[in-house]
Design a protein around this ligand. Structure first.
Ligand code: GAP
Length: 590
């Protein structure tokens, strides 16, 4: 990973934020190449989600929203990680990231300094390797008691106990950690001139909630009907306890989220007679009216995997991880995490990289819209004409069955969020009646991806070292970033063979200006041609064009107005007419 981190800085993909002031942990800036890469990722996602589909529309909402949004979503009460602090150094860890350790734990009941007449009754404990001299533990304990104002402490009441796989000690120094306690990950701010509790707000920890909050407005203006989706790309902020693995876990990052709203299964059954069952793994094909949440979920998992492959992440570098029942949020019916095998991923018992999350695709039931309906008092239901018409054709037994099933699910949700069983039953009965008249709160499938994690995955995937001939044909090693042309920061480099020949420079600039409106071009006339190629290989530019004397027609009219097109990966060169360049190159990057 160090090689990649250093290339990112050297070539201007990623810099530490505020570097000249020592940096800020968990914050990263994207340099010229990184900024282009990120733009390409976001554009390719937006294109695949909205421009190439009829059933998804976009949204761009604010980062700071009404604080009640985060009460409704559950973020103020439950969006926390358990954290522990080292009692000696105060270093903070996420409780689930402390590596288990074994050894001898030494316990102290306090410490005293007889000369100074001082004493501390604070208990403390230190873990040291099995069989090591207790003096190691005493040394750490003395430091702890010194911090409590005892200058020359003598630890008291020493006893020891062997421990196995404990996560209660700091792996760096063996000092005891605090008890785990929840730490809310939302970054706070104040809106307006007064820093009071009334003005407290949050930087959004995800982009998704704005989509739910604006659901009715978007529905009203977009001429969409369920099933349809709303997507958003934008910044999110989380006060992560341990930002780590370069940009992988940052405190400021960007998300690309889709909320795809679907009918509840009871409505699908009323309209289509039955809900289709998945025929097996893989892509289920074009969406059908009889799909329930399961097929829609499978569809989006497969669509997202296709997207990643389409921008150059091979299928074997990805893992499709189905969350187990005890890992699912209480409202989620299924969640698939798409993992990428980063170099820093843990390995399984066979030594295979297990992967780290790029994206989660969750079937979230009707939880989110229902929560905003409860908290805002504004209806989040839709009216479904087809459901109303189909319902009237059902026999009484079927109507009762579907209404009861729907009401039961609503009652479960209401009780989960704290309503009394009586109140939940009453509201659920009303919701069941509403269903029979064509009204329901849509369910949602949520593919939620991180731009920065994807950028890092693409950088890791692109990095390659191989051999290439220099000017004299001698092989030398080169670093090449094999980005897919769709995602590469620069698509084509244009080089005049020599910079001191005005005719070559003029022609090369003509070619540059011809291509610029269609794709990102880098013009370079400095240095030997081989070195210019190497620079672009490191930047991941898939195509290089050289304008030479043949282009000017010096070897005859048949080569006039042709250039050498060099492929970054194969290093093969071919002669191409200038007139054909736009068509040839744009076909490769679409
Ligand atoms: N709305 C659902 C949601 O936010 P999440 O799994 O918490 O779900 C979705 O986040 C995606 O956002 C993750 O899969 C990851 O790509 C990205 N992400 C989350 N936390 C991140 C962090 N601290 N740094 C970088 N990316 C992060």
């Amino acid at each position: 990973m160090e090689t990649i981190v250093s290339l990112c800085k050297r070539r201007g993909f990623i810099f530490q934020s505020s570097e000249i002031y020592g940096g800020l942990n968990g914050f990263w800036d994207y340099g010229p190449l990184g900024a282009e890469l990120k733009r390409n990722i976001k554009e390719s996602w937006w294109r695949s989600m909205t421009l190439l589909r009829d059933d998804v529309v976009g949204l761009e909402a604010t980062i700071i929203m009404h604080p009640r949004v985060w009460e409704a979503s559950g973020h103020t009460s439950t969006f926390s990680d358990l954290m522990v602090d080292c009692l000696l150094t105060k270093k903070r860890f996420r409780a689930d990231q402390v590596d288990p350790q074994s050894g001898d734990a030494y316990f102290y009941s306090g410490a005293s300094d007889a000369k100074a007449g001082k004493e501390s009754k604070d208990p403390f404990s230190v873990l040291i390797g099995s069989g090591k001299h207790p003096e190691y533990a005493r040394k750490v304990a003395r430091l702890f008691y010194q911090q409590r104002g005892i200058e020359n402490p003598e630890p008291l009441g020493e006893r020891f106990e062997p421990v196995k796989n404990s996560v209660r000690y700091n792996p760096d120094n063996g000092a005891l950690l605090t008890e785990p306690r929840p730490f809310n990950l939302m970054l706070k701010t104040y809106v307006g001139p007064v820093e009071s509790a009334d003005n407290l707000s949050y930087l959004r920890p995800e982009t998704a909630q704005a989509i739910f909050v604006q659901f009715q407005n978007v529905l009203a203006v977009s001429r969409q009907r369920v099933p349809f989706g709303i997507c958003q790309v934008g910044k999110a902020f989380r006060n992560e306890i341990n930002p780590r693995n370069f940009t992988f876990r940052s405190r400021e990052f960007e998300q690309m989220e889709l909320e795809f709203f679907i009918r509840p299964d009871e409505a699908v059954e009323a309209i289509c007679g039955a809900v289709a069952k998945p025929a097996g793994p893989g892509h289920p094909g074009e969406p059908q009216p009889n799909w329930g949440w399961q097929l829609w979920h499978q569809y989006w998992v497969e669509e997202r995997l296709r997207y990643y492959e389409n921008i150059g992440l091979p299928r074997q570098s990805l893992v499709e991880y189905w969350q187990k029942a005890d890992e699912l949020a209480h409202y989620a019916r299924a969640t698939v995490d798409v993992l990428y095998k980063f170099p820093f991923s843990k390995r399984d018992e066979k030594g295979e990289l297990m992967g780290e999350e790029l994206e989660g695709i969750a079937a979230r039931s009707d939880f989110d819209l229902s929560q905003h309906q409860r908290f805002s008092g504004k209806a989040m239901v839709v009216f479904d004409e087809e459901l109303k018409a189909s319902w009237l054709k059902l026999d009484a037994a079927k109507q009762t069955e579907l209404r009861d099933r729907y009401a039961l699910a609503r009652s479960h949700y209401l009780q989960k969020v704290g309503e009394t069983p009586e109140k939940a039953a009453m509201q659920a009965a009303i919701d069941g009646e509403a269903l029979s008249k064509g009204y329901y709160v849509p369910h949602v499938i949520e593919p939620s991806a991180g731009v920065d994690r994807l950028a890092l995955a693409l950088i890791c995937n692109a990095y390659c070292e191989d051999q290439a001939p220099d000017e004299k044909g001698k092989l030398e090693s080169r670093v090449v970033m094999r980005f897919h042309p769709r995602i590469a920061p620069i698509k084509v480099a244009v080089f005049p063979l020599l910079k001191n020949k005005p005719e070559l420079v003029r022609k090369a600039k003509e070619v540059r200006d011809l291509l610029r409106p269609h794709l990102s071009v880098f013009y370079d006339e400095a240095g030997a041609i081989g070195r210019r190629y190497r620079r672009q290989d490191e930047a991941g530019t898939p195509f290089g064009l050289t304008i030479d004397f043949d282009t000017l027609g010096e070897k005859g009219p048949e080569l006039q107005d042709t250039v050498t097109l060099r492929d970054r990966d194969t290093m093969k060169q071919e002669r191409v007419k200038i007139a054909d360049l736009v068509g040839r190159l744009t076909a490769r990057i679409r």
